[in-house]
Unconditional design. Structure first.
Length: 452
């Protein structure tokens, strides 16, 4: 405890770290305040049906990602997910269209163009989803819209137009907040915004499960405590998945420059079992939101029946598709985040080699083969944890609490927290302070390619 208190003091002694931490907290507070600002023309006291609709199922997951803003009819109701959807589309285009590939290779200028295209696409996607959200709102809670209860106060067209503009601008504002957190704060801003929304729903989920055990499902506090122990076990497995590595030995040959001798040491390349981090989960979940978004436009029973299997997160086809998408995105992001050719070239320039493997292309092929072997079990384990909420529901666990019993929420929480702590750890160690962990550095998801 004494060590922890001293570490907190060290954090606030470092001016840059203190400013970044306070910037992060302040920007996240702004986001949380926005989730409680209701759209103009909506009576928040008449949203009972929307609250009930977004309590369970896929809309419950959307509401959790938005920090409860979806059910409150907030200006931040759509959250950051339209931006995630736009990012998926743009990154897939970089694989299929040569002009996008050229932009990706153009360095900072190309990256800036891709980011700009992503923002434009975010606006289009948000406008479409805003219309679907408002259609669903009119069908589920028509009494909450003042243009229905009091036509003289506001016209239906005015309400729809202004609400679409507000929801679209709000998502762009959230995107801007995320970028500011990344630039001026700690951690990845978009991931932190999603994480804060998930944490905001955690107390309500705990209370709902405890009430369910006491009043409905049975078992009382004893069963609830057993569930908490099981949850801690799942968290441990997730941490092992996030931090698991396979180390490849690299021998650096001796070289003499002047009167000094360099090299002659053995180091290791730590290859992550889950090199892609939480991004496959976030992107796969964004795609799984598409059927529910379409269903909001067509509230009739035939369309609901057609997409019903993908709206119910406990159904077989939903979980099968979700798991397959996670595996595909894991390989996709691993290929993007780990450039084996660059690693091999860096090793060759620094007189390094893997024992028994020739430098250059054979080294890159060897690392590729290792990554293929460790990525598959990592992706399968990741997909298994992602579908655990559906399994938990089968054991009569409350659906709200089940979302934290593995699944997207838990993976994002653990991954983002570890990454943020790693950044804090790096600031402390650079200034010769003790880190946050007594045993040494926190291992995040970043990979070191080797050292000279």
């Amino acid at each position: 405890m004494k060590r922890f208190i001293e570490t907190i003091r060290n954090i606030f002694r470092i001016e840059d770290l203190r400013v970044r931490l306070l910037n992060t907290l302040w920007l996240l507070v702004i986001y949380r305040i926005g989730t409680y600002v209701v759209l103009p023309g909506i009576d928040p006291n008449q949203l009972q049906q929307l609250n009930q609709q977004s309590k369970d199922g896929i809309l419950g997951i959307i509401n959790m990602f938005a920090g409860g803003a979806f059910a409150r009819g907030s200006i931040f109701a759509l959250g950051i997910m339209p931006y995630i959807s736009a990012s998926i589309v743009v990154q897939l285009l970089t694989m299929a269209i040569p002009s996008f590939q050229k932009m990706q290779k153009d360095g900072e200028d190309g990256r800036r163009k891709i980011n700009q295209l992503t923002r434009y696409l975010t606006i289009i996607i948000t406008a479409v989803q805003s219309f679907g959200y408002l259609i669903n709102l009119k069908n589920e809670s028509p009494s909450a819209i003042l243009s229905v209860t009091n036509p003289e106060m506001i016209s239906n067209f005015t309400f729809m137009f202004t609400s679409i503009v507000i929801l679209t601008c709000s998502t762009v504002f959230i995107m801007w907040l995320g970028e500011r957190i990344t630039d001026k704060g700690l951690g990845n801003g978009i991931s932190l915004i999603i994480m804060v929304g998930i944490i905001a729903r955690l107390p309500f989920s705990f209370i709902a499960e405890l009430n369910s055990r006491i009043n409905e499902a049975g078992g009382g506090p004893v069963v609830f405590l057993i569930e908490l122990v099981a949850l801690l076990g799942v968290i441990t497995l997730v941490i092992l998945l996030v931090q698991g590595t396979r180390k490849i030995p690299v021998q650096y040959a001796k070289r003499i420059e002047g009167n000094r001798q360099y090299g002659g040491v053995r180091q290791y390349i730590p290859l992550k079992v889950n090199q892609a981090g939480v991004m496959p989960i976030i992107f796969a979940q964004a795609l799984m939101f598409i059927p529910s978004s379409i269903a909001q436009f067509f509230p009739n029973e035939s369309v609901q029946g057609f997409v019903g299997a993908f709206v119910d997160y406990t159904s077989f086809w939903y979980n099968f598709t979700f798991a397959v998408l996670i595996i595909l995105f894991t390989y996709f992001y691993t290929a993007i985040s780990l450039n084996t050719v660059n690693i091999a070239d860096d090793m060759k320039r620094n007189n390094g080699f893997i024992p028994g493997i020739k430098p250059g292309k054979p080294t890159a092929d060897f690392i590729d083969a290792i990554m293929s072997k460790i990525t598959l079990p990592g992706a399968l384990f990741l997909s298994l944890i992602a579908i655990l909420p559906a399994i938990a529901v089968l054991f009569n666990i409350n659906s709200q609490f089940a979302q934290f019993y593995g699944g997207t929420s838990l993976l994002i929480l653990v991954g983002v927290v570890l990454d943020t702590l790693q950044q804090i750890e790096s600031h402390l160690l650079m200034r010769h302070y003790d880190g946050l962990m007594k045993s040494g550095r926190i291992r995040g998801r970043q990979t070191t390619a080797g050292a000279a």
